[in-house]
Write a protein that binds this ligand. Structure first.
Ligand code: DOR
Ligand code: ZN
Length: 347
């Protein structure tokens, strides 16, 4: 709902359907930023070591809950890390502890994915159980073959992995995470109700030029990497289409700034401190602020079969400067757009 002057934006409280919060002091530093805007978030399991069992997920959930600021009502939704060796029983235990999904990382695709899946066929017993139990499979959709150009890895994943997987498990609920290409948007659009997709703020706002503007800009480096403008435009169209298959997932992925400003910089954009504002900026630029609420607050909950939130947040049109740097345990972290002015602000 937008006021007539378009200076206030009241939304049903949104959820973040793809988030990294790490662990320990780093986790304590970033969870409050998410908890002030979002009611729930799907927490990614790529810790070191990964969250592979229901017991580990339960412990991790306790640690996250312990750092939610007093007064905030925020619920972490847990995801287990799928490996070549995940037993079907683990799926049953995961469901019993309230986990909502398993995450498929092709081995080596991204940060802490070494324990990921080397061959999808090795996971078929677990996938059968995930399908049967009605859990979701969250998918990092990139092939890992070093011969495939880094900008083509998502498209190759659709053709080589996702299409065969869906043929074998037609009723497995899949979220194609952080889609970055026209091909992925089209694939999801043409799929049935068992497939959804999340879209990050950075992929709605930037194309790959952002990584190289005036020099290498490591804070714009994430995986899947930003693509050409034609892809950004396709993602914006998908996000504002009102098609319930597309929903919000920030993929906010905090790394200490010295690990990003590095000869081998880590992948991930830290967007949690201004996530909903970044989405508002993207939707407004597309003339579609009225489509933000469905994308941010309804469709993800519907896909996961969870109730929609009933309370609200308010954004006001007000200039503010994103902090350039924030404490991050012993280190510091630089949010995306740090030091820059945003025009929407969460009240
Ligand atoms: O950019 C990314 N960062 N992509 C991922 O898939 C993982 C994430 C992280 O954990 O840092
Ligand atoms: Zn992620």
């Amino acid at each position: 709902m937008t006021s007539s002057a378009q200076n206030t934006l009241v939304l049903t409280r949104p959820d973040d359907w793809h988030l990294h919060v790490r662990d320990g002091a780093a986790m304590a530093a970033v969870v409050p930023a998410t908890a002030r805007q979002f009611a729930r978030a799907i927490v990614m399991p790529n810790l070191r070591p990964p969250v592979m069992t229901a017991e580990q997920a339960s412990g991790y959930r306790d640690r996250i809950r312990a750092v939610v600021p007093a007064g905030a009502r925020f619920e972490p939704l847990m995801v287990l890390y799928l490996t070549d060796n995940t037993p079907a029983d683990e799926v049953v235990r995961a469901k019993a502890m309230g986990a909502v999904a398993f995450k498929l990382y092709p081995a080596g695709a991204t940060t802490n994915s070494d324990a990921g899946v080397t061959d999808l066929r090795k996971t078929y017993k677990a996938l059968e159980a995930i399908q049967r139990e009605g859990l979701v499979l969250c998918v990092h959709g990139e092939v890992t073959d070093g011969d495939v150009d880094v900008f083509d890895r998502e498209k190759a994943f659709i053709d080589d992995k996702l299409i065969p997987l869906r043929r074998d498990f037609p009723e497995l609920k899949i979220v194609f995470e952080h889609i970055t290409t026209q091909e992925a948007a089209q694939y999801v659009n043409e799929s049935d109700r068992f497939v959804g997709a999340t879209i990050t703020p950075q992929h709605l706002l930037y194309n790959r030029n952002a990584i190289f503007m005036g020099g290498v800009r490591p804070h714009y480096y994430c995986l899947p990497i930003l693509k050409r403008e034609v892809h950004r435009l396709a993602l914006v169209q998908a996000a504002i289409s009102g098609d319930a298959k597309f929903f919000l997932g920030t993929d906010s992925a905090p790394h200490a700034s010295q690990l990003k400003e590095n000869a081998s910089g880590c992948a991930g954009c830290y967007t949690a401190p201004c996530a909903i504002e970044l989405y508002a900026e993207a939707f407004e630029a597309a003339g579609a602020l009225d489509k933000l609420e469905g994308f941010a607050s309804f469709y993800g909950a519907d896909f996961y079969g969870l109730p929609r939130n009933t309370d609200q947040i308010t954004l006001v049109r007000e200039d503010w400067t994103v902090p350039e740097s924030l404490p991050f345990g012993e280190a510091e972290i630089k949010p995306l757009r740090g030091g820059e002015v945003l025009h929407w602000r969460l009240r």
